[in-house]
Design a binder for this molecule. Structure first.
Ligand SMILES: [Zn+2]
Length: 580
């Protein structure tokens, strides 16, 4: 996370920060209530029943006392939506209508990997109309994908015999760069590297700025060696699978306009929806749905899950629904009939009929009950208790109270059990919920002295030009986080910045800082600074005296001993005179 701020000028980042309001932005994702001077809500980063998530409009910070999460408006988007710092700045800038100034090129280490991915995409695209592309063209024709959609999505072809590695080496990239970027793998026999993707139709995966960061590949022939049908690029310095939704960038605008985002499992399902005129469709990239992906969708619009209609697709739909409920959103589930996948279904039945299915989308409870055989089939048997318990489990994954109650009501209507009984059942379910976040508090704590020093610097009206920044040294801190945060404060002050930028700190340190800023609501007074300086001087003397004493024990020359004793006496005098 550190060092990511270099891409935009500090002034434009500050402009974005001051023209965005943290309460409004967080308020879109978390229900916030004012209580006294503070604004609080249920923490979106851990499960809780009583609010310990605080937002401070004065400081433009948030902090959770339950799990220690915290930061500024940028860190919120980074942590909540898994955006990069750059993406968070861009998102808020667009909203505020601010044009961002760039400070030169984005010259990070990861640039070379993006270049490699862009070159690979060019190469793979060229193979489709090329000589080696015959089987690929036939395959795509067989799957009834139009040329228009192949171009729109940027589908490419990785030939059986490979060739990308040679092509990229010719452009001057090193073996280790090709491996690290995920397009090549090291040979298990002997030396050398070869193409990761061979004999596969390739779907480029882009980040939220439209830059290609990985590929997903579909094998077109049955593999004799048991190679998987679908192969996804590995996590790399520019790509983390669970953070990205395939197609997000193109889907976002349409999803906002229509208040509908459709989640599918596969690249071909995605292509079919787009071909049928639905821009608002995204896919997971070969993994089960993750919480950041769920939040990214929920933050845009209403979510519709549209997985395969077979048993495993149906079960995956319910699991995905639970992940979305956990993030505070209520998804609809689209049931594709006859065990078909969305691709086949749309191809056979057309656009109108999928619209009809979307209109009939079920809530997760009705959908799951149907999947469990329907109430009428179990109501007379012992199985009914198990079914109700499973439905309650699904409802209890909803963290948003209104959604939860809605779902319990549905269970009650469907099964005839009273709301009261179901609520009792759900509170039992809640007590089973693990609370892993609670214990994290320890690591995110500073001792009182250290937090006082940092608090005084960060809260002072003069910002980084506060005299404490020059007075304090790294060694004055008793905790590692304390001195790390201070080093960053010093670095920013030395580079001429006026206000401290939290986003340059690593996760834990950033939370600690945000905690300080949210918790101490009052302004600091000059006397506080003086008092603190005095205390620090006293500690420094005490520390020096301790060290001199230990030197005294090991000193052998008489002169040294005399000198050490003299200094120790001196310190004692100063301490007596000034610090009693
Ligand atoms: Zn929390």
């Amino acid at each position: 996370m550190s060092g990511t701020g270099g891409y935009f000028s500090n002034e434009s980042v500050e402009r974005v920060r001051t023209s965005s309001d943290i309460v409004t932005v967080i308020g879109r994702y978390v229900t916030l209530k004012r209580s006294g001077r503070s604004i609080k809500g249920l923490c979106p980063f851990h499960r809780e029943k009583t609010p310990s998530f605080f937002v401070s409009p004065e400081r433009q910070m948030y902090h959770c006392f339950g799990c220690g999460a915290g930061g500024d408006i940028f860190s919120f988007l980074m942590n909540y939506l898994s955006f990069s710092f750059t993406e968070a700045v861009e998102e808020l800038a667009t909203e505020a209508g601010i044009k961002l100034e760039r400070t030169g090129r984005d010259t990070t280490r990861t640039d070379v990997f993006r270049e490699i991915l862009a070159e690979s995409q060019k190469y793979y695209r060229k193979q489709i109309p090329g000589k080696s592309g015959t089987s690929a063209r036939e395959y795509l024709e067989g799957r009834k994908l139009s040329e228009r959609i192949i171009d729109k999505i940027g589908i490419g072809w990785a030939p059986d015999e490979g060739g990308l590695t040679e092509y990229l080496r010719g452009k001057g990239y090193s073996e280790s760069q090709l491996i690290e970027s995920g397009v090549a793998v090291r040979s298990t026999r002997g030396s050398g590297i070869y193409d990761r993707f061979r004999g596969r139709i390739l779907f480029p995966i882009s980040d939220r700025r439209g830059r290609i960061i990985s590929f997903g590949g579909r094998l077109i022939k049955e593999s004799a060696t048991g190679a998987p049908k679908y192969l996804n690029g590995p996590d790399s310095p520019i790509y983390r699978k669970g953070d990205y939704l395939y197609g997000y960038r193109d889907a976002a605008r349409a999803a906002r306009d229509l208040d509908m985002i459709i989640l599918v499992e596969g690249y071909f399902d995605h292509a079919r929806f787009v071909d049928a005129g639905f821009e608002c469709v995204v896919a997971t990239c070969g993994t089960a749905l993750t919480s950041p992906q769920a939040r990214q969708m929920g933050a845009l619009s209403s979510v519709y899950i549209c997985y395969d209609g077979d048993k495993s697709g149906q079960r995956a739909s319910v699991r995905a629904a639970e992940v979305i409920l956990e993030q505070g959103y209520l998804p609809g589930i689209i049931a594709i009939p006859r065990g078909q996948d969305p691709d086949d279904y749309i191809l056979e039945m057309g656009r109108e009929s999928i619209l009809e299915l979307i209109g009939k989308a079920d809530d997760p409870i009705r959908y799951a009950l149907e999947l469990l055989g329907g109430w009428s089939s179990v109501r007379g048997s012992e199985k009914k208790v198990k079914v109700v318990k499973r439905l309650v489990e699904i409802a209890s994954s909803a963290t948003e109270p209104v959604i939860r109650e809605t779902l319990i009501r549905v269970i009650s209507e469907q099964t005839g059990y009273s709301m009261r009984t179901l609520e009792l059942e759900i509170s039992e379910e809640d007590s089973k919920i693990r609370k892993p976040a609670e214990r994290k508090l320890k690591e995110t704590e500073l001792n009182r002295r250290d937090s006082r020093i940092l608090g005084l610097i960060l809260l002072s009206p003069e910002g980084l030009s506060n005299p404490l920044v020059d007075f304090i040294i790294e060694d004055d801190f008793q905790s590692k986080s304390g001195s790390r945060i201070f080093i960053e404060i010093k670095r920013q002050a030395d580079s001429g910045m006026e206000r401290f930028q939290l986003s340059h700190l690593e996760g834990n340190d950033s939370s600690i800082c945000a905690g300080l800023l949210t918790v101490y609501p009052e302004q600091t007074e000059p006397e506080d600074v003086e008092r603190l300086m005095k205390a620090v001087k006293k500690d420094r003397l005490k520390e020096e005296r301790k060290q001199l004493k230990s030197q005294l024990d090991s000193a052998d020359s008489n002169d040294d001993i005399q000198e050490l004793r003299r200094r120790i006496r001196e310190i004692k005098e100063i301490e007596k005179k000034y610090y009693k």
